[in-house]
Write a protein of this length. Structure first.
Ligand SMILES: NC(=O)c1ccc[n+]([C@@H]2O[C@H](COP(=O)([O-])OP(=O)(O)OC[C@H]3O[C@@H](n4cnc5c(N)ncnc54)[C@H](O)[C@@H]3O)[C@@H](O)[C@H]2O)c1
Length: 253
């Protein structure tokens, strides 16, 4: 199929931040885009921006960690905007706490969204990919996979996503499906704002402190991740699979 074939992409957690930027970028690349987030109302802004720019978008409210809601959402995408062959597993939450204070619920919630959610979404979409003999699974990992203070739960989830990605790549490769992970460093979004709030630091100072550790001497923006996702979703990236691309302005966190 040529670069002009219209693909349908699903972006989870696409109502804001990195997911919204990816959704808009894939739409401007010419894909139909389904934005899944917890509440359908929250997807209205990004869906509206995509439509205003001449694209095709659908907003759906679903919890990626809920098997029935995932099945319903993927069916709606296939019925209303076409069989999904690009999946961006981006939905995420943080429940940071030091190990000695972390509750079982904080641990389970983070693993539930990132790992169970990734598994349920990818399992639900892979059939469409196999049928079309084309697929791109792109999952958001993080530099926190290498370990990060206060993030026992999140680092486990983000390291786990790297393992799942490599397994998807091995199992689905012969069907024209690639699977890769993007591991962002510090990206300015509501998530990093929430972290600054939790540690009691003004966001501007928090960004400055992060930038002082980043070789390219700036913070990351959602568009930096969207650009990488665009490459991994493209027709021409079919020989890149099972990889983790650190997008962190330098070689390490
Ligand atoms: N911001 C960063 O610096 C950074 C760095 C590395 C990795 N990441 C990862 O990138 C992804 C996006 O991060 P962000 O900064 O844009 O976060 P964000 O908090 O701004 O947005 C996350 C979105 O996911 C949605 N979401 C949460 N749980 C969900 C669920 N169960 N089902 C469906 N949607 C759900 C939220 O409603 C929200 O719209 C996450 O996976 C995050 O872990 C972010």
């Amino acid at each position: 199929m040529s670069e002009t074939t219209t693909r349908t992409a699903i972006v989870t957690g696409g109502a804001r931040g990195i997911g919204a930027a990816i959704a808009e970028r894939l739409a401007s690349d010419g894909m139909n885009v389904a934005v899944i987030d917890l509440r359908e109302d929250d997807t209205a802004d990004v869906v509206g921006r995509i439509r205003a720019a001449g694209g095709t978008a659908l907003g759906i409210g679903a919890d990626v960690a809920d098997e029935e809601q995932v099945a319903g959402a993927v069916q709606r995408v296939a019925d209303e905007v076409g069989a999904p062959t690009v999946l961006v597993n981006n939905a995420g939450v943080i429940r940071d706490n030091m190990l000695f204070k972390m509750t079982r619920d904080e641990f389970d919630t983070v693993l539930g969204v990132h790992l169970t959610g990734n598994f349920l979404m990818t399992r639900a979409v892979q059939g469409h990919m196999v049928e079309q003999k084309f697929g791109r699974v792109i999952s958001l990992s993080s530099t926190s996979a290498l370990g990060n203070r206060g993030q026992t739960n999140y680092s486990a989830a983000k390291a786990g996503i790297q393992g799942m990605t490599k397994t998807y790549a091995i199992e689905l490769g012969k069907f024209g499906v690639t699977a890769n992970a993007i591991a962002p460093g510090f990206i300015e979004t509501d998530m990093t704002k929430a972290t600054a709030e939790r540690v009691g630091v003004d966001f501007d100072d928090f960004v400055k402190a992060a930038v002082s550790q980043i070789p390219v001497a700036r913070s990351g923006k959602p568009e930096d991740i969207a650009h990488t996702a665009s490459f991994l979703a493209s027709e021409g990236s079919g020989f890149v699979s099972g990889q983790v691309i650190y997008v962190a302005g330098g070689p390490k966190a």
